[in-house]
Design a protein around this ligand. Structure first.
Ligand code: SF4
Length: 401
């Protein structure tokens, strides 16, 4: 139980759930069961654990970095598979999220992870969800074996550029250690279409290396395009006592939340990278105090107001307060009758408080038509910049580097 608690605690910082905010919720006083969010709004209990918290790397954002005075331990593959199957038999968990520190060598550690999953798949006939980490620097055959066994795999990128990664870790290599493994996963998936059905994902540590949201979004959008990623996760930085980045301020959770919001606009609503970039302030960061979709709409006044009775699905999606569900309901409703009141929109769950300044329909009241948001824009943008310049969300990394 000590080992389980240690290795589950050490896995806490890896994000394995979907949904805005991305974080998993701990539901058990024993913190190894996490409710991962599903795209349909449901949740699934996952056993989230490390094979070992022994690590040769020095990632300054990580509790397991080499040299920290913490209890270190490892599971044997047989042992971990048995623990999982016992919890599964008791219906405590439905899936596994397996990560690991890099014991002495990435490939040897991955071999043990693979053996654990082989026991589950072949001996115990477990055919449920398994998310397996691909360790940076692992050999091709380990990556291939992981892809043949797991439902989802991920290689954490951590930072948007090699320069930013160098602030976080003196050992990790962005191009050869991380991006190369992502490319291998893409190649293996293209050769065997049925492998890794839940796709490949990655994760950024946000706010530790002085990177801007523009840096993170540029890289994440390239990864979606070049590597065919299913999801990108963001994890707000928390300084670790005794690490090189101990003095850097924690990133505000709202920064993580805003990144999830614009990721959603890009991935689900189909906003182009150029449109998403409209939400960025002059400092390259997303506003912490304003909804990025609202900012994007305010910066494209020529698109509005849209005629709610004629606008296409894509045009409706660009209206603040209208998402895919309400856009579809608007289109269904107007097939039968024209929309002529705000009440009709409320009935189909449009957030009219946000939407009304951006839409138009015959009979709309004069006060509802005002585009009152426009004059506020520059003043609010300036306030965001002052806030950012004061250090909110940026930490004090300049002191460190
Ligand atoms: S490789 Fe880095 S992030 Fe992963 S366990 Fe080791 S120190 Fe932590």
């Amino acid at each position: 139980m000590d080992k389980l608690t240690t290795l589950a605690n050490a896995a806490r910082f890896d994000v394995c759930g979907g949904g805005c905010g991305g974080n998993t919720r701990e539901v058990s006083p024993l913190n190894f069961i996490h409710q991962a969010a599903l795209p349909n709004g449901g949740t699934v209990p996952l056993f989230k654990v490390l094979l070992t918290n022994i690590c040769v790397n020095d990632c300054a954002y990580c509790v397991n970095q080499i040299g920290r005075d913490i209890a270190r331990c490892s599971f044997q593959s047989e042992e971990l598979a048995r623990v999982f199957m016992e919890m599964h038999a008791k219906r405590m968990v439905k899936g596994l999220f397996l990560s690991s520190g890099i014991g002495c060598d990435a490939s040897r550690t991955m071999e043990s992870m693979i053996k654990t999953v082989e026991i589950l798949r072949y001996r115990h006939r477990f055919n449920g969800y398994i998310h397996m980490k691909i360790l940076p620097g692992a050999r091709f055959d380990c990556v291939e074996a992981g892809c043949k066994l797991a439902s989802r795999v991920s290689v954490n990128i951590e930072a948007p550029t090699a320069g930013h990664l160098a602030v976080l870790s003196r050992k990790k290599d962005l191009r050869d250690g991380i991006l190369e493994r992502m490319r291998w996963v893409k190649q293996i998936k293209s050769e065997y279409e049925t492998l890794v059905p839940s796709g490949q994902t990655t994760q950024f540590v946000v706010g530790a290396a002085g990177e801007s949201d523009r840096d993170i979004l540029n890289t994440s959008q390239n990864l979606y395009k070049e590597m065919g990623l299913k999801r990108v996760y963001f994890s707000a930085f928390h300084p670790i006592a005794g690490s090189r980045l101990e003095g850097v301020n924690p990133a505000p959770p709202m920064r993580e939340h805003r990144l999830y919001e614009v990721d959603w606009l890009h991935r689900v609503y189909g906003f182009s990278p150029g449109e998403v970039a409209l939400a960025l302030g002059k400092n390259g960061n997303l506003p912490l105090t304003r909804d990025p979709k609202l900012v994007i709409a305010q910066r494209q006044p020529w698109l509005f107001p849209v005629d709610i009775n004629k606008a296409s699905y894509e045009e409706l999606l660009r209206v603040p307060g209208i998402g895919p569900v309400s856009a579809k309901r608007i289109i269904e409703t107007r097939r039968e009758t024209s929309i002529s009141s705000v009440q009709q929109l409320k009935k189909i769950r449009v957030v009219t408080g946000h939407a009304v300044p951006f839409i138009w329909f015959r009979g709309m009241l004069a006060y509802e038509k005002q585009l009152s948001f426009l004059p506020q824009l520059d003043k609010e943008a300036d306030e965001e910049e002052i806030e950012a310049a004061a250090g909110v969300g940026n930490g004090t990394y300049q002191d460190i580097v």
